[in-house]
Design a protein around this ligand. Structure first.
Ligand SMILES: [Zn+2]
Length: 232
């Protein structure tokens, strides 16, 4: 494991890079409280190779940094556009031009340090809790329904375990295997600064693997399926 340090104002953010030999997946964990997803990623690279890039700072979902005598917080999955940066700073703390510039520099450094825009496909690792957020949030009546091209919900699976993809081939493959799966509408999706929107605009396929935080075996299985899908 190697550590890469980024600086945001006075605060250091680490990226832990777990790499194993072999041409495996590049998997990103950006929420520091979603450790089950990291464990699932590590199990995947131990078996098949690849890398897991994990953000480590506070153990919490949000990143908080000190600048100019105050603290700012943001969601690290909302910082890959100016619109997203402004919205997440306002929502989680406050906006200032200085804080905005700092977050934007961090986002750019993160993407370039790991050459993420040269990857053929990006896999994101997330965990859900048994709360209001689930695959059902992406149904037409749900909070995120308007950004969806197509969705499959399988009532025999946990609604907290699902894939979110930007590519129709992936959607059809995972649908055939009866997973819960959401296909992002890449035309209509709002620019929220998330990695799914960023990579879809770069033309790089993106697969978000969401599993409930206690469903480690399910998430390991989901990543195995992703690997098979990409190999096929
Ligand atoms: Zn997450």
């Amino acid at each position: 494991m190697t550590k890469v340090t980024f600086k945001l104002g006075k605060t250091e953010i680490q990226a832990l890079v777990h790499q194993a030999d072999g041409a495996g997946l590049t998997m990103l964990n950006v929420h520091d409280d979603e450790d089950t997803s990291v464990q699932a990623g590590l199990a995947n690279i131990q078996k098949y190779g690849g890398r897991v890039i994990e953000l480590a700072h506070s153990g919490e979902r949000l990143i908080t940094f000190g600048l100019g005598g105050r603290n700012y917080s943001f969601d690290p999955n909302r910082i890959f556009s100016d619109t997203g940066i402004a919205e997440t700073l306002k929502l989680q703390s406050a906006w200032s031009a200085e804080a905005h510039a700092e977050v934007r520099a961090f986002a750019a450094a993160y993407l370039s340090r790991f050459a993420l825009e040269s990857e053929p496909v990006i896999v994101a690792l997330h965990n859900t809790m048994e709360g209001p957020f689930s695959v059902e949030s992406f149904l037409p009546a749900g909070n995120y329904g308007s950004s969806v091209a197509e969705i499959q919900v399988n009532p025999e699976r946990s609604k907290f375990d699902f894939f979110y993809v930007t590519n129709r081939r992936f959607f059809e493959y995972l649908k055939r295997l009866d997973f819960n799966v959401v296909l992002q509408d890449n035309e209509r999706v709002a620019d929220d600064g998330s990695l799914s929107v960023h990579f879809s605009r770069k033309g790089i396929p993106y697969i978000n693997v969401e599993a409930e935080v206690r469903h480690l075996p399910a998430q390991i299985e989901m990543l195995k399926v992703v690997r098979e899908m990409l190999a096929g």
